[in-house]
Design a protein around this ligand. Structure first.
Ligand code: NAD
Length: 269
């Protein structure tokens, strides 16, 4: 992919799942990656090992990586995390807002603490990281890129996951508003909207054959996505091939947002 070699990329929530796959994909294309982890550095070790392996595989001498601790919902952590990325990699060109959580509870039983916790990580965290990255882009005169990892639930309501649905709905306007505000400075802001993807966040159905079959029955392409398939689209959006795309969400969902219930016409006949 054009224009990724030598770019400095910060991936939040980079120690597992989609974030890990995104970090590895960027390294494959010759980008330097700062891998954010929440708690202990060992969490991010698996991603770092894979980054090193693929760097050796593609013989990208000089590709650097850094492990950066931080809770994206904490403003002081985010400021430090972006500072450390710039110090360790020499700058920041691409931010991937990937860190996310979900809490399941019927909405009438949902505590305000749990509602706010999800918004704090998924939406406030994405705002804080974007703000700090955009400040750096503007200071350096960089045509930077922000990519938000949203969800099909930006569009499709998710009952019993109110905080999650609201956070991803908000992410669409975060994407569109920042895209409009900074287009004049050459800064692009886009989202990917994964469908059901095989990652740790989906432990409840990934390892249960019966539940997995049920999930697959709702997906037009009849299978979950892989984290690597999300990584490929994130890299595309950060690349020069997407130089004229801003403010958009690309759903990477095997057709989940196509209203699968309408596969067979059931009205107007
Ligand atoms: P995951 O649980 O493997 O990844 C989430 C990551 O976020 C973890 O590495 C975790 O440590 C990190 N994280 C959580 N809270 C954090 C915080 N406060 N600060 C920093 N990091 C924090 O699951 P995943 O599926 O890879 O999820 C990644 C993103 O993809 C999330 O935003 C999720 O909403 C989105 N997504 C996933 C799916 C799916 O089916 N897996 C579908 C749509 C969207």
């Amino acid at each position: 992919m054009q224009g990724l070699k030598g770019k400095n990329v910060l991936v939040t929530g980079g120690s597992s799942g989609i974030g890990q796959a995104i970090a590895v994909r960027f390294a494959e294309y010759g980008a330097n990656v700062a891998i954010n982890y929440l708690g202990r550095p060992e969490e991010a070790k698996g991603t770092e090992d894979q980054v090193h392996a693929c760097v050796e595989k593609v013989q990208q001498e000089g590709v650097r990586d850094a492990l950066v601790q931080g809770d994206v919902s904490r403003e002081d952590d985010v400021v430090k995390m972006v500072e450390q990325t710039v110090a360790d990699l020499g700058g920041i060109d691409v931010l991937i807002n990937n860190a996310g959580i979900q809490i399941s509870r019927p909405s009438h039983e949902l505590s305000s603490d749990d509602f706010e916790k999800v918004l704090a990580v998924n939406l406030r965290g994405a705002f804080l990281c974007a703000r700090e990255a955009i400040c750096r882009f503007l200071d350096a005169g960089t045509a930077g890129v922000v990519i938000n990892v949203s969800s099909v639930h930006q569009l499709i309501p998710k009952p019993s996951y109110l905080g999650y649905s609201v956070s991803k709905g908000g992410m669409q306007n975060l994407t569109r508003t920042l895209a409009l505000e900074y287009a004049g400075q050459g800064i692009r802001v886009n989202s990917i909207g994964p469908g059901a993807t095989t990652t740790p966040i989906n432990r409840s159905w990934v390892d249960d054959p019966e539940k997995k079959t049920m999930v697959e029955s709702h997906i037009p392409m009849a299978r979950p996505g892989t984290a690597d398939e999300m990584g490929g689209v994130a890299c595309f959006l950060a690349s020069d091939d997407a130089a004229y795309i801003t403010g958009q969400t690309i759903f990477v969902d095997g057709g989940l947002t196509l209203f699968a219930d309408f596969r067979e016409p059931w009205s107007s006949e």
